[in-house]
Design a binder for this molecule. Structure first.
Ligand SMILES: N[C@@H](CCC(=O)N[C@@H](CS)C(=O)NCC(=O)O)C(=O)O
Length: 218
């Protein structure tokens, strides 16, 4: 099998890449590195590979397909978007994708800061308030479009699916206020190959985060 991805044995940054590959019907090796137990969280399995993969910027997630060797989640997603016809098709779609990409990165940073912070319980109420405000904007932006770029599915839909999924597991019922986001989330999860992947034992449903996280990692 020529195509290989590598990441920790969690959902983390790589899950949208896994979902896109499932939707595109790509067979690949999904290398998952284990983190050792507390208190040391031994990462040597990854460090044994890290500098021997031919990556310009050794990191995980990574994606290897013959001479194409990439790290950086969005470099991988954009490459796969072009390769599997899930990139922007015109300027209007590109603008929407650039905008929602930047918002998704901001949202993910806030989400993971909360998940890993020692003061998780203290910070959570503010996070809940802020994420609802942001999701209102995201919901208005999606409007009645089926996908975030507009009429065509793109890699950003897998990023947004994962973000909505993470947040609605952290805050049950979160999407009830936003019927179009709920419908979008259900629609991506129901895509034939994605649904088959999600219900298979190949898919990591949990954990979202590493074992040192306060939420979603244990
Ligand atoms: N900007 C990078 C961040 C990647 C990153 O932070 N990877 C973390 C896991 S979430 C890691 O453990 N990298 C391994 C390392 O730095 O050796 C991306 O989007 O892919």
């Amino acid at each position: 099998m020529a195509v290989k991805t590598g990441y920790w044995n969690i959902r983390g940054y790589v899950q949208p890449i896994r979902l896109l590959l499932a939707h595109a019907g790509v067979e690949y090796e999904d290398k998952r590195y284990n983190v050792g137990p507390a208190p040391d969280y031994d990462r040597s399995e990854w460090f044994n590979d890290k500098f021997n993969l031919g990556l310009d910027f050794p990191n995980c997630p990574y994606y290897i397909d013959g001479d194409v060797k990439l790290s950086q989640t969005f470099a991988i997603l954009k490459y796969l978007g072009r390769k599997h016809n899930m990139a922007a098709k015109n300027e209007e779609e590109q603008i929407r994708m650039d905008l929602i990409e930047a918002e998704a990165i901001d949202m993910r940073t806030k989400w993971s800061t909360l998940c890993y912070i020692d003061d998780f319980e203290k910070m959570k109420p503010d996070y809940i308030k802020n994420v609802a405000v942001k999701l209102k904007q995201v919901s208005t932006f999606l409007g009645s479009h089926p996908y975030f770029a507009g009429q065509n599915i793109t890699y950003m839909d897998f990023v947004m699916y994962e973000l909505l999924d993470q947040n609605s597991q952290l805050i049950p019922g979160l999407l009830d206020e936003f019927p179009n986001l709920k419908e979008f989330h259900a629609g991506i999860g129901a895509l034939e190959k994605v649904a088959a992947y999600l219900s298979s034992d190949k898919c990591i449903k949990y954990p979202f985060n590493g074992p040192m996280a306060q939420w979603g990692g244990k």
